[in-house]
Unconditional design. Structure first.
Length: 526
């Protein structure tokens, strides 16, 4: 090959190499330009811009003094660090969830207002009918005599007021009547002294036991009544009959016991847990199986001061009106008693309360499609309403349909939040919370130590330089300025922080370091 041919070949190769290098440089330049400046309409850039625009800080704060808020970013006046922004969604996660209007419609969410009202939990109890002991009349013999005729012969016979029960012959009554009639004949002479004699004879008839009606009968007829009738003082039934024809009776002996049936008592067994709702005067309604659909009205007369130790119930004495005397002693009835003068309380529909077994939760509508679960204390439940003793305010909105899905979403969100939270602070002693960190000693004074430390995750602090109060026992003698240390801090009563424990960072063991160096050397050889 000639020299000319060699020269031409070398020139061609050089040109090709130069062209290839130029193409390579052009490709690298365009690639880096595309990487640093993405084209307009790039989805990644658009999304990032939207997120940046949406996350508008509410305010700025110093993590060391989070209660102090600042309107603008800048350096903290308390520590040598920049203020941290607080976003609308960051740090305000109270377990609430946000649901779009379309999803609300699909879930069929319904809300109701918390309102004030009187909750009247009706107490339903069972009782038995008994005689009204206040509607009782006892007929006795007022003098010694004989029962010549008996008109009521069996117990529980119904009687009317004024009905004749028995005819009695009382010798003392006959003598008193004759004395009165004789005095009246003598008094016809109109002598004042004889008039007093007539009044004395009338008084004698009263003393032997004659009633005013019987005395009036003697005055009206002017004849001695050998047999005097005993009548019923009220309507009712003969609950007890002690008289028989021909028997001799003594003064004060009980002949008849008559109970009225216009009203009856119902002795109802009330559980002691529900006794607080009842009081004398509470309205009651009774139902008897013998008369389906028939209601008997009444009221609570008294709560007897005695608890049955076996059934843990109190006796409520309920007086029931008994028209047509339908209710009779011994019947079982169901009594519904309404509380008297109940106070207004906060009420929500019972279906709005979620029972979890250990707590009770309602879902509160906060507006703007946001919902949050709240723990509540529930009182009495009645008529589809539940009393809220604590946890809600009047006129708040609670979800009554679809709340289980919202509660599940809120619980899941809270769980994810807890999983993503930084590790909690450790307690070095009972009741003492400490926070761990690492840093470099910058300065040591009599009662302060200045550290340039890294992030402290349990306090949400970033890296900064700040001073801490020294512990009461002071620093270890081995710690000097420039040392790398591990430390624990705790909050003081004044709001600052002091060193709880501090120690030098332990260097890596020599064996481990040489092993790492050997591994690095082998990697370099490979």
């Amino acid at each position: 090959m000639s020299n000319r041919t060699v020269v031409v070949t070398l020139v061609i190769v050089g040109l090709m190499a130069a062209g290839g290098y130029g193409v390579y440089q052009l490709g690298m330049h365009r690639g880096m330009h595309m990487t640093l400046s993405p084209p307009a309409g790039d989805p990644a850039q658009s999304d990032a811009q939207v997120v940046s625009d949406q996350k508008t800080p509410l305010y700025w704060y110093d993590p060391m003094v989070p209660q102090q808020k600042f309107e603008k970013p800048g350096k903290s006046p308390f520590m040598d660090m920049q203020l941290v922004p607080k976003y609308a969604e960051a740090g305000t996660d109270d377990g609430s969830v946000k649901i779009s209007a379309r999803l609300e419609q699909n879930l069929g969410l319904r809300v109701a207002k918390v309102s004030k009202g009187v909750l009247a939990p009706t107490v339903d109890v069972v009782g038995s009918v008994a005689y009204n002991e206040r509607d009782l009349a006892l007929v006795q013999a007022r003098a010694n005599g004989f029962i010549e005729k008996l008109y009521v012969r069996a117990p529980l016979d119904a009687v009317k007021k004024g009905q004749v029960l028995a005819a009695l012959y009382v010798p003392e009554w006959v003598a008193a009547q004759e004395e009165f009639l004789a005095a009246r004949r003598i008094a016809a002479q109109s002598t004042p002294d004889l008039g007093r004699l007539l009044e004395g004879a009338r008084q004698r008839m009263r003393l032997v036991g004659m009633s005013d009606e019987q005395i009036g009968l003697v005055e009206k007829t002017g004849q001695v009544q050998l047999r005097l009738n005993v009548t019923a003082p009220r309507a009712g039934v003969v609950a007890e009959l002690s008289a028989r024809e021909g028997m001799t009776v003594m003064a004060g002996a009980a002949l008849f016991r008559i109970n009225g049936l216009s009203t009856v008592w119902v002795n109802a067994d009330v559980p002691e847990s529900q006794a607080r709702w009842l009081a004398p005067g509470s309205v009651a309604t009774a139902r008897a199986a013998a008369y389906p659909g028939r209601l008997f009205n009444g009221k609570v007369e008294a709560l007897l001061p005695e608890v049955d130790v076996a059934t843990r119930t109190l006796k409520a004495r309920v007086e029931i009106t008994n028209p047509e005397q339908r209710l009779t002693p011994g019947m079982f009835v169901t009594v519904s008693i309404s509380p008297l003068n109940a106070a207004p309380v906060l009420l929500v529909p019972t279906e709005a309360v979620i029972e979890t077994g250990t707590r009770r939760v309602v879902i509160v509508a906060q507006g703007g499609g946001r919902f949050a679960p709240l723990d509540v204390e529930v009182g009495v439940e009645a008529n589809g309403q539940s009393e809220i003793r604590q946890g809600l305010k009047d006129q708040q909105q609670v979800v009554v349909s679809g709340q289980f899905l919202i509660d599940s979403e809120a619980s899941l969100k809270a769980t994810v939040t807890r999983m993503s939270e930084p590790p909690a602070a450790q307690a070095s002693a009972p009741g003492e919370v400490t926070h761990q960190g690492k840093g470099t000693v910058d300065q040591i004074s009599n009662d302060m130590i200045t550290l340039s430390h890294g992030p402290i995750t349990s306090l949400h602090w970033g890296a900064m330089t700040m001073g801490f109060k020294l512990p009461a026992e002071g620093l270890p003698n081995t710690i000097t300025v420039g040392d790398h240390v591990s430390f624990q801090i705790r909050k003081t009563a004044t709001g600052g922080y002091e060193i709880a424990t501090i120690a030098l960072d332990e260097p890596a063991p020599a064996a481990a370091m040489s092993s790492e160096m050997q591994d690095g050397a082998k990697g370099g050889q490979r």
